[in-house]
Each structure stands twice: as C-alpha cells, then as structure tokens.
Write a protein that binds this ligand. Structure first.
Ligand SMILES: NC(=O)c1ccc[n+]([C@@H]2O[C@H](COP(=O)([O-])OP(=O)(O)OC[C@H]3O[C@@H](n4cnc5c(N)ncnc54)[C@H](O)[C@@H]3O)[C@@H](O)[C@H]2O)c1
Length: 354
C-alpha cells in the first residue's frame, strides 16, 4: 500500500476547506495538525475535523518536525512568500493558497528553490477541479471545439465591510491587490486553461462599493494566443453572488454553471454549432474525464505528484502565468496603456505590481 503523506495546515480560515479536501482522500493524506497564531481558531477547527494536534504561530519548531511532509500555507497573501521559502528550505513539499506571492521575481526565485530542493510546490487553483471544466477542456484538447473565438467572464459578488473586518483584506500592502488578484484570478486561470496564453491586456479598476484601498469593480479586455478575445467584468457590489464563464468556439459554445466559488463544476451547457449536432456533441464528450471536485480533486491529483507518478495538477509555472497576467493588468491600469505579454525580467513591474 502506498504511504500516506502527513500535512500541516497553516492558517485555519480557508484552511478549514483544505482540511475537508485532504480528508476526502483518506488513503493519501493524514492531517498531522492545524497551525494558527490564533490558537483558539486552530483548536476549534481541529475539534470539528477530528484532528488531535494544534500548533500556535508558524515557526521553526514546526518546520523541524520529521513527521510532517507537506506544509499547506493558508496564511494572508503578504505572508506567503516568506512562509513558502522557509518550508522549502526545511525540505517540505508546499501547497500554497492564491495568490502564490506578490511578484514574478518571487515566483521565479521560489520555483527555482523548490526544484533545487527536489520538492513539489503546488499553488492552489481548485476551481480547475470541476467536472464541467474537465469536459470543456476535453473538447478543446481533442480538437473537437475548434478555433476559439471569444470568452466572457462575469464574477459578480456581494461583499460589505464585514468582509474586510480582519487584519489584511482591503489593504494594499497585505492583500496585495483587489478583485483582479483575489477574486477573478481563478476565472482567469480557467480562461487560460481553455484558451491559452494571454498576449495583451487593457484594464480599468475602481473602488466604488466599500471604503477600502483595493479595487472592488474592474473590467479587462484580453487578447489570447491565436487572436481570440476575452472580456472580464468583476464586482463585489452585485445583488448576489454569481460567477459565469462563456466560451464561444468554432464548433461549440460552452457556458459554466453559476456557482460563485465553483464555476468549474457541473452542470455546464454545451451547445453545438450547426452543422454540428447533438450526436456529434455526445460523441465528442465521450471519454471526458471526471473525478473529485474542488480542493478534494486538486489534492487527489497532488498525491500523484508526491508519489512521483505525475506532474502536479497546478504547477509553479501555472501560478507564474496567472501572476504575469496580474502584473500586466495592474501595469495597464497604472499606465492607461495596453500591455503586451510576456513580461521580461527587466519589466518595471517584474519585482512587484505594487
Ligand atoms: N482558493 C480560494 O478560493 C480562497 C478562498 C478564500 C481565501 N483564499 C486565500 O487563502 C488565504 C487565507 O485567506 P483566509 O480567508 O483563510 O484568511 P483568514 O484571515 O481567515 O485566515 C488566515 C489565518 O492565518 C492566521 N495567521 C496569521 N499569521 C499567522 C502565523 N504567523 N502563524 C500561523 N497562523 C497565522 C490567522 O490567525 C488566521 O486565522 C489568502 O491568501 C486568501 O487569498 C483562497
């Protein structure tokens, strides 16, 4: 029987959902402990999830533990870079929430460190693990979808000031960005997952909903690899919470479900474009993969990477691609100009978009 990987969850906010994701893969993972500087929060989560051990602030004593294989960083964004670096240097495999770090320079540095240490660094993009998106990806990968034309992304969510009542949300130096970084980063990852690299971007941001430092309304126009076009509309001031992605390809139009935080999941709608028909669609979808969804799905595939059987389902290169887009978007906002990608290491924002 393959070994179980022992995980320390560091941060008990979204860490609670990671716990459920790991526990959905009981043959692969065992959660050794919950670590949170707020020990009561760690204890509450541990008690709820049946985990015996808790730990206070993330420290060298935790990193020195030989019985922990994986450090799962669920800390606020501004703390990711230092936490990842410390964990990699301690020889641990690392999972880290989005946004991985605050610059392309840091992404490149940490990816090189992980490689040198011979460990896996897996950023979180759990929206990818959805059976609707898997079908869409199958249609694209097999060539059935044909040429990409346009995509639209709506992330229309509702947040008031209670959402910002913590130590980091809404602060530029701690959250590191607004809706482009914290929210629609998932949707843009889904976009590039289906339609390929972004070649240029124009973008606008506004703070209109809450009294915070980070943008809560924004729009972007993106040119994709072979000339397809995408538009993004995102706000935290909608009446409710809904995500919706729509992809028009030569042979099929694909629309996500509207679940705000899991638009990759079933049910998606797939409309064949004449002369393609329902029989063509059924044949094209035959053999599309399916599996666990959300964090559980990403961690199921992470296990294969730890076992050396596959690449991680999300790589440091994937996080780099998403942060390159973030960097380009904020540069476009700042300069009022369209920004072309890729960004070279001598780009003025390579060291950070802030
Ligand atoms: N993938 C997603 O869909 C998703 C959803 C929500 C949040 N996130 C990301 O997860 C990360 C955490 O967000 P959150 O909403 O859980 O934040 P949070 O503030 O609710 O939780 C962070 C926790 O970190 C703890 N902490 C702070 N410093 C610490 C230290 N030195 N040692 C140990 N614990 C420490 C805090 O006490 C807090 O409990 C962010 O990067 C956020 O962007 C991702």
């Amino acid at each position: 029987m393959a070994r179980k990987w022992r995980v320390a969850i560091v941060g008990a906010g979204i860490g609670a959902e990671h716990v459920a994701g790991f526990q959905a893969n009981p043959d692969a993972f065992e959660i050794a402990l919950i670590c949170d500087a707020n020990l009561e929060r760690a204890q509450a989560l541990a008690a709820k999830a049946g985990i015996k051990e808790t730990h206070g602030a993330f420290d060298d004593a935790l990193l020195a533990r030989k019985d922990i294989d994986v450090i799962d960083v669920c800390l606020p964004p501004f703390m990711h870079e230092a936490a990842i670096e410390r964990a990699l240097k301690a020889g641990k495999h690392v999972v880290c929430e989005k946004p991985l770090v605050g610059s392309l320079a840091a992404t490149d540095r940490l990816a090189a460190l992980a490689k040198a240490q011979g460990v896996v660094l897996m950023p979180i993009f759990q929206y990818r693990s959805g059976n609707g998106l898997r079908k869409a990806r199958h249609l694209v990968a097999t060539g059935a979808a044909g040429k990409p034309y346009v995509a639209s992304i709506e992330a229309h969510w509702c947040r008031d000031m209670t959402y910002y009542q913590n130590t980091w949300r809404g602060r530029r130096d701690k959250e590191l960005g607004g809706v482009f970084l914290s929210h629609v980063i998932h949707h843009h990852d889904m976009l590039t997952h289906l339609m390929g690299e972004v070649r240029s971007v124009s973008a606008l941001t506004a703070i209109r909903v809450n009294a915070v430092e980070t943008e809560d309304c924004a729009g972007a126009v993106l040119a994709l690899g072979d000339g397809a076009v995408a538009v993004t509309s995102v706000t935290l001031g909608a009446a409710g919470n809904e995500s919706r992605l729509r992809f028009c390809f030569e042979n099929v139009t694909m629309t996500s479900c509207a679940l705000p935080y899991a638009p990759g999941r079933d049910p998606w709608t797939f409309e064949p474009k004449a002369p393609k028909d329902a029989a063509w669609l059924a044949a094209a979808l035959a053999g599309a993969p399916s599996g666990l969804e959300g964090f559980a799905g990403q961690f199921a595939d992470f296990r294969l990477a730890l076992d050396g059987a596959a690449a991680p389902p999300v790589t440091a290169a994937d996080a780099r691609r998403s942060l390159e887009l973030v960097t380009a978007i904020y540069h476009a906002v700042r300069t009022g100009m369209r920004v072309d990608l890729p960004l070279a290491p001598d780009h003025p924002a390579y060291q950070g978009w802030l």
